[in-house]
Structure formats: structure tokens, C-alpha cells
Design a protein around this ligand. Structure first.
Ligand SMILES: [Fe+2]
Length: 287
């Protein structure tokens, strides 16, 4: 490289970095005293959930810290056909390096432990963090407002916007013949062939799901790997229908944390047509 080119390289300035000490990040993540945190633990139709309100001492400090991370524009990535996050969530998503969140994970784990919500040993818990931001006018991709299950065991969501009209909804499928309820794809798949067939037919009749990978081993069992392939469309404020019945709703109120097992059908509830605020949350997943 010539010296002339080197001279034109602008300085990397100290003030252009967002800098934090470890203690500053700990302050940003600090929970309130346990006596000041309002806890609601429930079991609804086998769904065990944990809801903590008035969680953080400085929720706006955490929000300010998180907003400075780069965000993937999921809509743009979907239209371009590549997403680095691999997640099907809409809106914006920010991967948050777990090294920043050591104290956060420690506190979530200990709060859950105090209330016997988690059975794991702390050493066996591995966290992954990202944020979701949903906003007015947000679009959907392949009907990603429909219920899904997570690829990890527990999900915690700390809400950093005043968005109590939004939240997380939990759904079941009730087989129309036997009237038996199912709470996940795994649940349906371990039932009988006629129930599986009615469920998969329902997916294509109701939502236009298609078998996307006919060579997948699941198809050999007659279950199929099915997904929507309609691509970009307006986001739907989905609260269930005659196929999926909503049986529980956890609101995303400011400075609260929802935690639940990800292996049951659920989806983000957000009204993108008429929302007073966005819905911004820090997601901590136990892998
Ligand atoms: Fe999820």
C-alpha cells in the first residue's frame, strides 16, 4: 500500500466507540430487590410460565445500551433471501454477544431458582441473547405470525417498551373428531395417523402450508415438513382462529419478564396496523 493512501485513512476516534466498563454493564442489568419484584407463576393446561414485574432497576438504561447494537432488518433480509440470524422472527433483530450478559443470565437463573421454576444446575445452563423490535407497519414473511415452537428449551423476554396491549400468545390444536387437545407439533406427531392427517390437511386448508421438502425423513412417516411459502405480506395481529385456539396470553408490559418452555406452540402478538408503541424485548434463551 502506498504512503499516499495511508495518509487519506481517517482516524479511528476514541469518542466514536460506545464504551462500558464491566461494572457499568452490571448496573444496566441490575434487578430490583427480590421483595420488590412481583412474581406470577402459573400452570395453564400444562404450560408452566413465570412472569416477573418491576424487574430492572434501570430498564431505560438497558434499552439505551441495547439499542446501540447493529440490528438485522429481517424484512430486507427475507426479501433478499438470506438471513444471518436464522430466526423467523419479524421486525428488527439484534444478536447480543453473551459476554455482555453474564450478570443478566446469573440473575435470571437465580430468580427462577428462588421460585423453583428451573430444575437445571447453573453450570449446565448455556444462554443465547438477542433482541426483537416490532414496529407499526411491520411486514410478515411466510406467515411468521402463526404459532411455532422454539429450537431451545426456555425463552425469557424482558420487555423494554410500554406495550402491555401486545405480548405472547399460546395456542393448542383441538382435533375436531376426538376433541383432544394438542400443544405442539411433537404432540400431534406422537398421536395416531388419522389425527396427524387431519392436522396436516388443516394446515394446508387454513393457511396454505405446503410440503417443502418431500425427501425429508419426516415425510416417510407421513407427517411431512410443511411451511407457508407465500413470502411477504402485511403482519397479522393473530389471536387464534377455529384451527388454533389461544388458551393463554402473557402481556409485554414495560419492565416485565415472561419465561416459558419453547416447546409449545406460541407466537408474538403484535398489532402492526394500530400500535401506540413498538415492542422491544431482550430475549435470553436457555439452549
Ligand atoms: Fe418463539
Amino acid at each position: 500500500m502506498s504512503s499516499k493512501t495511508t495518509i487519506d485513512i481517517p482516524e479511528a476516534l476514541l469518542e466514536d466507540f460506545n464504551t462500558y466498563s464491566t461494572h457499568e454493564i452490571m448496573d444496566i442489568c441490575m434487578f430490583n430487590d427480590i421483595k420488590d419484584i412481583e412474581i406470577d407463576i402459573g400452570d395453564v393446561e400444562g404450560l408452566r410460565y413465570f412472569k416477573a414485574r418491576n424487574l430492572l432497576k434501570n430498564p431505560l438504561g438497558l434499552r439505551d445500551f441495547l439499542q446501540k447494537f447493529p440490528a438485522e432488518n429481517k424484512e430486507k433480509s427475507a426479501l433478499e433471501g438470506h438471513s444471518f440470524s436464522g430466526s423467523k422472527s419479524p421486525g428488527l433483530q439484534q444478536p447480543i454477544e453473551r459476554a455482555f450478559m453474564g450478570f443478566m443470565g446469573y440473575q435470571i437463573f437465580n430468580l427462577c431458582k428462588q421460585y423453583s421454576f428451573l430444575k437445571y444446575k447453573e453450570k449446565s445452563v448455556s444462554w443465547k441473547y438477542y433482541t426483537n423490535y416490532y414496529y407499526n407497519g411491520m411486514r410478515s414473511w411466510n406467515k411468521n405470525y402463526l404459532p411455532h415452537v422454539d429450537p431451545f428449551s426456555y425463552a425469557s423476554n424482558i420487555f423494554l417498551t410500554d406495550s402491555s396491549e401486545h405480548g405472547t400468545s399460546f395456542f393448542k390444536y383441538v382435533d375436531p373428531v376426538t376433541e383432544k387437545s394438542y400443544y405442539s407439533m411433537g404432540d400431534v406427531m406422537s398421536s395416531t395417523q388419522d389425527i396427524r392427517d387431519r392436522y396436516t390437511k388443516g394446515l394446508s386448508d387454513w393457511y396454505g402450508y405446503e410440503v417443502s421438502d418431500p425427501d425429508h425423513p419426516a415425510n416417510k412417516q407421513g407427517t411431512g415438513v410443511m411451511q407457508c411459502t407465500n413470502g411477504d405480506a402485511p403482519w397479522v395481529h393473530y389471536t387464534g382462529d377455529d384451527f388454533y385456539t389461544r388458551y393463554h396470553f402473557l402481556p409485554s408490559d414495560f419492565n416485565s419478564m415472561s419465561m416459558y418452555r419453547g416447546n409449545r406452540w406460541h407466537s408474538a402478538t403484535f398489532n402492526a396496523q394500530n400500535s401506540k408503541t413498538g415492542r422491544y424485548s431482550l430475549v435470553g434463551c436457555i439452549l
